[in-house]
Design a protein around this ligand. Sequence first.
Ligand code: HEC
Ligand code: HEC
Length: 286
Amino acid sequence: MSAFRELKILALVVVLVGILYWGVEPLAHSIFYPKTAPADFTFSDLEKLPTDGNVEKGKELAGLYCIACHSIEKDGFPAMLSNADAAMAYGVVPPDLSNIGILYESNFLANLIKDPVKALKLSHKFDDNKPFPMTPTYVSDAEIGDIVAYFKSIANPNLTDKEVFTEACVRCHSMKYDKVVALTPDDTIEAYLGAKAPDLSMMIRSRGADKLNKFINDPQKILEGASMPRVGLTQESQDKIINYMEKIGDSKKGEREFVGKILIGFMIIMAILAYLWKRKIWHDLH
Ligand code: HEC
Ligand code: HEC
């Protein structure tokens, strides 16, 4: 008879734990962290522009319209200014362009060339009174396609996680735990965008991969009025950056998950032993 009662109690406990685990916790989570749309790697708010064309013409156009401010190390165009001077001149060190054809989504890149402030979602920071340091490139849409084609043709498709992070983020952010220092001084970034760019060593722990993914892809969606430009990375580049941030900021993640599994196994074994032990005592009593 008592076995039946015990089963009922067990069933009740299972149901209660189930409700707590699958019901209350996710509910609380969704209240504290409201659901936001997933990252949009097609950048569907931007117009569709050509992303292919004549590589040779694109190279000429890049020589005319980009290297005044940017280096293209891979193709023999070094930086015109030292990092310190570039930070002074532009407010932030312009990135090297060697690999932008693989880092950035192609249509985002085309739109960036045509209208940087719009592509970067920075119209709340820059206008005619405070012009953005990267000027729009006044060429035809077809010529924009040529420029994008050229950058795609020279980009290295096998960048490491750290290289992607360095090329896309380090002109503003440091990663102290990996001894990486931002190319632009903190105060200069603050004067330029209105906020310092925080060190990213521990960001993966405090924000989590999901939120970071959405933030990098569209900061305004997560934090309205954010100072950080939208970084139009491909999903693959962004995965590499999150991987790198996990490697540096959460190096114990694998270990933690392993210990968690051992702990669960341990508890199951203890539960079985406790049950057997109890049966034995009851058995002796009868
Ligand atoms: C007058 C200077 C200037 C010219 C000309 C210029 N840029 Fe820029 N560019 C900048 C500066 C400064 C930044 C950094 C802006 C920032 O991070 O806020 C930048 C940023 C970029 C970025 C990074 C965007 C991102 O999402 O992080 C790319 C890619 C880029 N430029 C490509 C180009 C290409 C391609 C051309 C030529 C068609 C070009 N730029 C011409 C100054 C310039
Ligand atoms: C042009 C400069 C610039 C670039 C490039 C840039 N950031 Fe930022 N970032 C900022 C600034 C400024 C802030 C502070 C935002 C604010 O307070 O509004 C910020 C904030 C952040 C935050 C903190 C968000 C939070 O929840 O507090 C993260 C995470 C971040 N950036 C990641 C990145 C990553 C990853 C990259 C490269 C893919 C990157 N950023 C590229 C300037 C930049």
